[in-house]
Design a protein around this ligand. Sequence first.
Ligand code: PEP
Ligand code: MG
Length: 582
Amino acid sequence: MCCFTLGCVDLSMVSCNLSHMSTSSPATSRHVLHGVPVVSGVQYAPVIRPGRLPQVEVPDTDIDAADRAAEAGRFNAAATEVATRLRDRAAHATGAASEVLAATATLAQDRAWLGAAEKRIAAGAPAVRAVTEAVDQFVELFTQLGGLMAERVTDLRDIRDRVIAELSGLPEPGVPLPDVPSILCAEDLAPADTAGLDPRLVVGLATTLGGPTSHTAIIARQLGIPYVVAVAGLDDIAAGTMVLLDGTAGTVTADPDPSEAAAALATAQRAAAAARQWAGPGATADGHAIAILANVQDGAAARAARETPAEGVGLFRTELCFLNRDKEPTVAEQAQIYGEVLQAFAGHKVVIRTLDAGSDKPLKFAGHPDEANPALGVRGIRIAEGNPGLLDRQLEAIAAAAKTTGNQPWVMAPMIATAAEAKTFAAQVRSHGLTPGVMIEVPAAALLADKILEHVDFLSIGTNDLAQYTMAADRMSAELATLTDPWQPAVLALVAMAVRAGAAVGKPVGVCGEAAADPLLACVLTGLGVTSLSAAAAAIPGVGAKLAQVTLQRCRDAADAVLATATAADARAAALGILAGE
Ligand code: PEP
Ligand code: MG
C-alpha cells in the first residue's frame, strides 16, 4: 500500500448535507441532459467553466548535472508554495471544506510523490517533466487500486497542475470568479477548487465525471450547492449558455423555456422555505407517523444532529471512529465514544451499527485478509467469523455505555447475508442485554427477510450497498452511477420485499441509506411501508417538510407506480407525477 495519506481519510462519510430541498422541476422541453443527482436544489443561471492550465512545454532534454540540485530546490519551493496557499485557505474555511483543503495541502507535501519527482530530477529530468511523470505514476497506481483511492486521482492531478503553474510562473488554474450567480460546469472539479467556492456566486455544479461520494460532492453538500455528476453531453454546453440545473432530478437543461425555468425555480424555493420551517416530528399530511432519524459517525455529529428535528439516531457508523487506528481501542475507550452519542440523544432512539470494516473502510486492527475483490470479501459481520472477540468487545462497550447513560440502544449488524448469521449475531447481542437487528444490504437478506426476522427485532435497509450488490455495480464508480441509483426499480422491489416481511410480523423496518435523504424517494419509501427514515442531519428538514405535504395514500400510490416501472428515470418520473406540487 502506498503512503499517500489522503487515501486513508474517508471523508465520504462526513455527513454534511446542507442541500436545499426541492420537489424538483417539471421536465422542460429542450436539451435535457441526464446525470446522477448529488445535492438537491434547482438553479437557473448562465454557465461558467473553470480555467485550464495552459499547455506548458515539457522539455525532453535533460538538464546538466551541475544544475540538478537547483532544479530540485525550485521544485520543492513550488510544492511548498502550493501547500502553503492551500493551508491558508484551509485556515479561512470551515467544516469539510477546511478538512479537504488541509488534506490536499498534506498531499502536496506527501513524501511519496515528492520523492518520486526528486528522483527524476536527480536523474536529469526538468522539474515540470518530473512532476508530470511522478504524478502519472501515482495516478496509475491509484486507478488500479480502485474504490476510494481512485477518487483521489482528481486531487493528485489538481496538485500537479498547481505545482506546474507555480514552476512556470503562471496563475493558479481553477475556477474564475463570476460577475453574476452562475452554474459551474466542468469535466471534473478538484476538491480544492470546490472548497473555495462562494455559494452566492456559484449556485450550481455539474460535471461530466465525478462520483456521489467524491470530496467535491461532500463539499458541495456542505456548501449547499445543487450538484449533478456524470452528466453525459455536458461538455457541449458553452460558457454563457443559460441552464436549468435540477440537483434533485439529476438533470441539466440547456436553454430552457424561461417561464418553465422560472416556475421550476419558484417550486424549489417554496420547498426550501418549507424545509426551513419544518420542526418535526416526522409525519405525513394526514398524520401517519414516520420517525425521521439522523446518520452520525461520532459524538460531535450526534450533538449537531440534536440541533435538527431528528428524533433519534438511525445509524451510528462506529467504524468511522477508528479508521486511523492501528490498534483496537479498549472497551473503556469504545464505551466512552458510544456513550457520547447515547448522551446526545438521551431518552431517544439510537441504533448503533457494529463495525462495518472492510471494502472501502478497512480497519487496520480488524486483520483483513488480502483480497482481490474486497467489496465481496470479508467485510461487515463476516469479520466476526475469524475474530469473534472483536465483536464481543464492541458489544461489551455498547452495553457499558448504555448502563452509564441510561439510554438503551438498538444494535445492528452490517452485511448480513443469511438467516444463520442473523441468528448468531442476535444471540450474541441479547447475551449483552441489548436489542438486536440487522441491516438489509445484500439481496439475499432482502429475499429471505422473513427468515431473518425470526431471529431479530428490527431491520434497517442500507440502500447504498443494496443498490451496489443488486446491480453488481461498484458504488464508488462514477461510470456506473446510474446503475447504483437507489431509484432503480429492482432495488426498490427488494426494499418492498423486506418491508412486507417486517409488516407481516409487526417488526420495524427502517431505511438508513442515502435513499432516505431524497425527499421524493422518502415519500415512496413511506408508501412502501418503512417505519423510519435515517439520513445525514442536513437532509432531515427537507425530508420532513416534503412528507408533511403529502398524504399516506399519495405515498402509497407513488410506491405502487414506482414498483410498476422498469427504469430509474421512469420510477422518478412516476413518483414526481403523483407527489410533485402537493
Ligand atoms: C448502506 O449501505 O446503505 C449503508 C447505510 O451503509 P454504508 O453506507 O455505511 O455502507
Ligand atoms: Mg452499507
